[in-house]
Design a protein around this ligand. Structure first.
Ligand code: ATP
Ligand code: MG
Length: 393
């Protein structure tokens, strides 16, 4: 069957009144954005529904793949749209549709809605009438009102809409309905997933990456840019802040106890990320941390890292096992990029035996060794930061 349109289903919980209007507008905007490069589509809202109609040739699979990147969509229904409301004509269309789309179906039920009161049948009668045409058209098919294999929906509104298939969407809330947050994006598996999870709740994303040239390579940086592009497919364009962290890292390495290197380094990373977060009107920070994954992510050390932040820090992977994070990374197509073997800046300066139960007062005392230099180093790192506008790949 050659479809030219999609009916979009979205969860309606919590989106009443003004919120609903905002939600639907954001959804329409993100759908238009997602269709760029797929083809020409008109996207419109109509009585509690959103439709996308192709204005020319397009590839069906590409269009569905694009819609699967739009948060807020729970179901993508390829729909036939017809202008002719004549009952006999519609019956024939329903019969042909079922024969082509579900030739082997054993059971079905018609769900009819008649919003246009000018047609002579009520909803029940319309369903029964269309069911009759389907029984005639598809050999061996039966009606099952309790547990039908195929649910055929026929809606008579301004036009007639016929559909039976619901392709799952990503769920969540449309981007732009929930402010903006700053993602600490490394080249690893977890942080792109963390960004995706928060974006899924409608939050726009910016990102900060810390590199340490020449200890980390251009290719490690390119990998992070590539990951940002992949997250941007869902989250929209990302302002990626690339911070040169080398001098800060060297100073910590030179002046602080080596078993505390990672924690101290993480604290300065968070401070700098928070600086850019505030500059970009972000209301929170995001990291890919997960309790106990590595030494710096014991609950003690997470608390110590957190202590420097004024903004809330979202850690959506916090209770997840690595495999659960990997499963999402595969689903959103960041995994293959994340496992490319380029070192990131944490791995160069890691101690052999990092503390797992850091002590805040001890860490603060150790940081005092940086008092003479750290303000200037932070200022220099912030001033030399490169900001890249990363669009979806
Ligand atoms: P991931 O795999 O998520 O990238 P990880 O398992 O390598 O993280 P860590 O290196 O301890 O774990 O980092 C924990 C979190 O700190 C990351 O998820 C990320 O949010 C942030 N982070 C770590 N390194 C960097 C970096 N170089 N630039 C920006 N953020 C970083
Ligand atoms: Mg990492």
């Amino acid at each position: 069957m050659e479809y030219k349109a999609f009916l979009i289903k979205y969860a309606e919980i919590g989106i009443k009144g003004n919120n609903r209007y905002m939600f639907e507008n954001a959804l329409v905007k993100q759908m238009k954005f997602a269709f760029k490069g797929v083809g020409k589509f008109t996207v419109r809202k109509q009585s509690g529904r959103v439709f996308a109609e192709a204005q020319g040739e397009f590839d069906f699979d590409e269009a569905v793949a694009a819609l699967k990147t739009v948060f807020g969509i729970t179901g993508i229904c390829p729909v036939l749209i017809d202008e002719n409301k004549d009952i006999e004509h519609l019956g024939k269309i329903c019969g042909d549709y079922m024969k082509e789309e579900h030739p082997d179906a054993k059971t079905f039920k018609v769900f009819a809605k008649r919003a246009d009161k000018r047609i002579p049948l009520n909803s029940m009668e319309l369903a029964a009438e269309m069911g009759g045409y389907v029984l005639d058209a598809v050999p061996g098919i039966k009606v099952d009102v309790h547990n039908p294999e195929v649910k055929l929906t026929v809606e008579v509104r301004d036009k007639v809409y016929i559909y039976s298939k619901v392709i799952p969407g990503p769920g969540g809330m449309p981007i732009g309905t929930n402010g903006k947050a700053m993602l600490c994006l490394s080249g690893g598996i977890d942080s792109p997933v963390a960004g995706w999870m928060i974006a899924k709740r409608g939050v726009r994303i910016d990102a900060t990456y810390f590199h340490a040239p020449p200890y980390t390579s251009e290719r490690a940086k390119q990998k992070v840019v590539d990951l940002a592009k992949k997250v941007a497919r869902y989250a929209g364009p990302i302002n990626l802040h690339i911070v040169n962290f080398t001098d800060i890292q060297l100073a910590i390495y030179e002046k602080c106890p080596h078993d505390e290197l990672t924690i101290i380094m993480r604290r300065y990373m968070m401070k700098i990320a928070e600086h850019f977060a505030k500059q970009q009107d972000c209301l929170a920070l995001i990291t890919g941390e997960s309790i106990g994954q590595v030494a710096s992510q014991t609950i003690h050390n997470l608390a110590i890292t957190n202590e420097v932040c004024e903004l809330p820090v979202f850690r959506p992977c916090i209770g997840m096992d690595k495999q659960e994070i990997v499963d999402i990374a595969e689903e959103i197509d960041t995994y293959e990029t994340s496992i490319l073997p380029f070192e990131d800046c944490c791995t160069i300066f890691v101690a052999k035996h990092p503390v797992t139960k850091g002590d805040l007062s001890r860490i603060k005392k150790s940081e005092r060794a940086l008092d003479d230099v750290i303000d200037d180093l932070m200022k220099a790192a912030i001033e030399s930061t490169e900001i890249m506008y990363v669009k979806p790949e």
